[in-house]
Design a protein around this ligand. Structure first.
Ligand code: HC0
Ligand code: SF4
Length: 581
């Protein structure tokens, strides 16, 4: 153990502890900007690049970055001496001297760590900025994300998420001095890189350098167009997180308030992606059972394990990195896309609206969903099944912009038929939920027996990679679950090498599933926030009268009136897809 003195407090810490952690243990707050600690993901970003966390160590000539300086025996440290405060202010002024001054209209305004740090440090002027070199980079716009490197402070948090957590490797720092920026290889556009649009870089960017494509203005225009019927669907994970934007604790379910707010915003029909999640289970569950039965019958052409296919960033990832396995994932479209396809056919017919006059908007915790709804295979004669996908954060902006007092809204119910869901559809939003929902239905369809306890506790949890065996009345199914693309890669490599033999694998690109999505209220990597959102979804499931997808009466009606049966010709046309590179 090492003993040192910080701001006249004596503390004992283990060797290797940083000054930042020692100070935090004492309850002393040292400001940070580039530093990001994500212990649940096993990564720590501390390039010591911003120098905002500098402290004074007696006997040393230079100030030391607290995030990257180990405690030493007998050190005497001052975290808020005049010298330290002046240095932090100067550092901040230097960062701001080369930073655009459009804070009022910046997409990150009000959520920006740089802005908050400048406020805390009392910055009121930026001396000498007329002499500073204002660098300017071209803006890079992709279907999901905008890169504005003028706002990059080279904290490299995005690089850590993209490389260490997601193992995608789309972003790296390049250049020197004022010209330094974090960019895809050869400064190509994100769209031409290996980026999956998972949005995890956006979720940790402390400034407006990486933000989502904002589609709220387009949505408002469609809402104002009386010739359009505007239908909205909300994803499972949105209901457990949107409340945070309005002062509620993480994990507060605000489903009824969201429905009420969407009605006030002028949407004609308020539906639930959870309905389409139930539909996904019907299609994907039958596909799973078909492959398992084929496997048991000795059919060598059957590919196992089946991989879930509802996460578009994951689809991007396997299309790029596993082109030899494109026939392994389920062909079922994601619930977002199944919803769009059914809304613009079955439902449009029911209410007598032409496809071209219907606009489908989705509210998603995800940025890759913006890209997914633009994939060409999800449109008919150029008309997309889902017109716009907005994030949970964008919905919060819309509600605030419309002056809706969210906290005072009484709960309202979804519209039917596409607004009714079982508990199985709700848990899609957290890691393990899709495979648990599939297991509930597949068990009953396979065994012909009633599943009394629907809680597959062995499939729940928060570990990035999990395996479990579920018992289908004697048939043991080996299940794998991975969240985060780095974990997906680890698991798939084991399957490819034959080290692991699994029947089905659920993969979600974002750590811990959609509850931790790149479009959710910024959680700054706090695992507790994400965990509480996940718990909320399991609560919502437990409160539902029906908890198995195949019992959803509106799904039964949809097959009876329109689709015929799971995996029918029509179901294939509207609800399945193919993969390509
Ligand atoms: Fe998800 Fe989904 S569960 S990907 O995480 O499958 O975004 O919440 O909407 O589509 O349902 C996201 C969340 C969805 C889809 C569903 C799936
Ligand atoms: Fe990397 Fe995901 Fe960001 Fe793309 S969206 S650059 S894959 S972290």
């Amino acid at each position: 153990m090492i003993q040192l003195n910080i701001d006249r407090n004596v503390i004992e810490v283990e060797e290797g502890t940083t000054l930042l952690d020692a100070a935090r243990e004492l309850g002393i707050s040292i400001p940070t900007l580039c530093y990001l600690n994500l212990p649940h993901l096993g990564v720590e970003n501390r390039p010591a690049g911003c120098r905002i966390c500098v402290v004074e160590v007696e006997g040393r000539r230079n100030l030391a970055p607290a995030c990257a300086t180990a405690c030493g025996e007998g050190m005497v440290v001052h975290t808020n001496s005049i010298r330290v405060l002046n240095a932090r202010k100067t550092v901040m002024q230097m960062i701001l001297s080369d930073h655009p001054k459009d804070c009022l209209s910046c997409a990150k305004s009000g959520m920006c760590d740089l802005q908050n740090s400048a406020i805390k440090l009392g910055i009121r002027q930026i001396p000498g900025q007329e002499f500073a070199l204002m660098t300017s980079f071209r803006k890079d716009t992709s279907p999901s994300i905008i890169r504005d490197m003028d706002k990059c402070i080279v904290c490299r948090r995005c690089e850590t998420m993209c490389n260490s957590v997601q193992t995608v490797g789309a972003l790296h720092a390049s250049g020197r001095g004022f010209g330094v920026a974090v960019t895809p290889a050869f400064e190509q556009n994100l769209e031409d890189s290996t980026c999956t649009y998972c949005g995890q870089c956006v979720a940790v960017c402390p400034t407006g350098a990486l933000t989502e494509i904002d589609e709220t203005t387009k949505v408002i225009r469609r809402l104002a167009d009386s010739s359009k019927t505007v239908v909205v669907q909300i994803a499972p994970a949105v209901r457990a997180a949107l409340g945070e934007e309005f002062g509620y604790e993480p994990g507060t379910l605000v489903t009824g308030k969201i429905v009420a707010a969407l009605r006030r915003l002028g949407f004609s029909y308020i539906f639930d992606t959870d309905f389409a999640a139930d539909l996904t289970i019907m299609e994907e569950g039958m596909e799973l059972l078909g492959r398992i039965k084929g496997h048991l019958a000795g059919d060598k052409s059957v590919r196992l394990p089946i991989l879930t296919s509802c996460c578009p960033a994951w689809v991007n990832f396997f299309e790029t990195y596993y082109p030899d396995m494109l026939d392994v994932p389920s062909t079922a479209r994601s619930p977002q896309q199944m919803f769009g396809a059914i809304a613009k056919t079955y439902f449009a017919d029911k209410i007598g609206v032409e496809r071209e006059d219907m606009v489908v908007v989705s509210v998603m915790p995800c940025l890759a969903k913006k890209y997914e709804c633009q994939r060409k295979e999800f449109s008919t004669n150029g008309n997309p099944d889902v017109d716009f996908s907005i994030s949970t954060r964008e919905l919060a902006h819309l509600i605030k912009e419309a002056n809706i007092n969210f906290g005072e809204l009484d709960d309202e119910e979804f519209d039917n038929p596409l607004g009714y869901s079982t508990g199985a559809g709700v848990i899609f939003g957290t890691t393990g939920g899709v495979i648990e929902a599939a297991s509930r239905t597949a068990y009953e369809l396979y065994t012909g027996k009633e599943l009394v306890d629907v809680n597959f506790m062995e499939l729940r949890g928060f570990g990035g990679i999990r395996t479990a065996t579920v018992d289908f009345d004697g048939l043991k199914l080996n299940i794998g679950i991975a969240s985060g693309l780095g974990n997906a890669r680890l698991l798939l490599d084991k399957v490819r090498s034959g080290e692991l033999e699994l029947h089905a694998i659920e993969i979600m690109a974002c750590p811990n599933g959609c509850v931790g999505g790149g479009g959710q209220p910024l959680h700054h990597g706090k695992e507790e926030t994400i965990r509480r959102r996940a718990e909320a979804l399991y609560r919502a499931d437990a409160e539902k009268p029906l908890r198995k997808s195949h019992l959803n009466p509106y799904i039964i009606e949809l097959y009876k009136e329109f689709l015929g049966a799971p995996l029918s010709h029509k179901a294939h046309q509207l609800l399945h897809t193919h993969y390509y590179k």
